[in-house]
Design a protein around this ligand. Structure first.
Ligand code: AMP
Length: 368
């Protein structure tokens, strides 16, 4: 997360993705405009990085220039006269490629295209690095589009928020502050499920337990269930790809959620990375990892007891239970480190009465 002036922004589009999109546009421009000696016109200020990246990729003769759009109040209060500032080249009869950092409503673009047409361009092509299809309301065809994005406020890679952020190598989006996303952590038997039920009501969150979703799928003999069963019965982790896809699908089911309690996810670093990507695509992030801490021997006792009534095969066998606890510490304790590095790890004593433990968890959540 970064702060620009008064606002917080979270990572949204990685540099690699941006560079790939620029490569694709560069290839197409090379195919379409070889030997046409095009004039690339970048629209300042935002397009300066995009223009330089395109110029580096264009393999034929070309010229590069920049314009700004200036508005002058006309004689009547409602009349605004727009003008291109800085266009010194004679564009008559030329192929011009307008390079935009972002096209949203298309108002700026329309003005520029009209002004260029009036100056006698014979061919005008439009290339934009980012495009918001949801809000574009003009007829002008965008010939080269880098990346389509939802209608969100973004900064980086030339784009700014009140002057700041242009020098960021990746795209950030405005952080939305109205979601609480908790990773509820703890070894099997720590009481995550019980506490999640309480916290879900208290904070109006959606509870996603990957273990429960797997068990539901096994019960209903779905393809996912069949795939997961062999791993689960042995107390092993289901492969990341399967688990991550399933988690993404679960999150997508409630697009208006106020937040989520992730219970049993992430369990590997790859899962944690993918969760962070998923949440950042919504302008939010993991708020905290709250971990219930309980001694191993207490866990074994609790799980064997639960096995008497739960009907869960993985609760009935002490060896399987011990393996699950071991897997937890071996493979997933790195996540403590992962979230600790981001100052998001909160250990909570998981031994005591249910409401006592809820209180300890709430004390952490209320401060987020
Ligand atoms: P749980 O109910 O959370 O203890 O999960 C039961 C079993 O489901 C685990 O032992 C794993 O086999 C599988 N499982 C649940 N969550 C995950 C996850 N995030 N990654 C991989 N496997 C999982």
């Amino acid at each position: 997360m970064i702060k620009l002036h008064d606002l917080q922004f979270v990572p949204f589009i990685a540099e690699d993705t941006i560079l790939e999109a620029i490569d694709t546009i560069g290839d197409k421009l090379n195919q379409d405009l070889a030997n046409k000696n095009p004039l690339f016109i970048g629209v300042l200020n935002g397009a300066f990085i995009f223009v330089s990246e395109i110029a580096k990729r264009f393999n034929y003769n070309c010229e590069v220039s920049f314009v700004k759009l200036a508005s002058y109040e006309g004689v009547k209060s409602t009349q605004t006269v727009k003008q291109l500032v800085g266009l010194n080249e004679d564009v008559t009869g030329r192929t011009v490629v307008v390079l935009e950092d972002i096209v949203d409503t298309g108002n700026t673009l329309e003005t520029i295209v009209t002004l260029l047409k009036n100056q006698g361009c014979s061919e005008i092509k439009i290339a934009t690095l980012f495009y918001k299809p949801e809000v574009y309301n003009k007829e002008i065809i965008l010939d080269y589009i880098g990346i389509e994005i939802p209608n969100r406020f973004i900064v980086g890679y030339g784009l700014d928020y009140n002057g700041l952020g242009r020098n960021l190598n990746e795209i950030y989006q405005l952080k939305s502050n109205n979601m609480t996303n908790l990773v509820l952590f703890g070894p099997p038997g720590a009481g995550k499920g019980t506490q999640a039920e309480v916290l879900k009501q208290k904070y109006d969150l959606v509870h996603i337990s990957t273990g429960d979703v797997f068990r539901y799928n096994i019960k209903n003999a779905t393809e996912l269930g069949t795939l997961a069963k062999s791993y689960i019965d042995k107390g092993q982790l289901v492969p990341d790809e399967v688990t991550i896809n399933m988690l993404n699908a679960e999150v997508d089911k409630t697009p208006d959620a106020k937040g989520f309690i992730f219970d049993g996810f992430p369990r590997t670093e790859a899962q944690a990375d993918s969760l962070s990507e998923l949440l950042s695509s919504k302008g939010v992030e993991v708020s905290a990892m709250v971990a219930l801490e309980v001694e191993d021997e207490i866990l074994v006792k609790r799980l064997l007891q639960r096995g008497e009534t739960s009907g869960r095969a993985d609760d009935a066998d002490e060896d399987v239970i011990r393996n699950r606890i071991k897997v937890y510490y071996d493979e997933t304790a790195i996540l403590k480190n992962y979230y600790q590095k981001q100052d998001k790890y909160f250990g909570v004593d998981g031994v005591g009465a249910i409401d006592e433990i809820t209180e300890r968890l709430s004390a952490v959540i209320d401060k987020l």
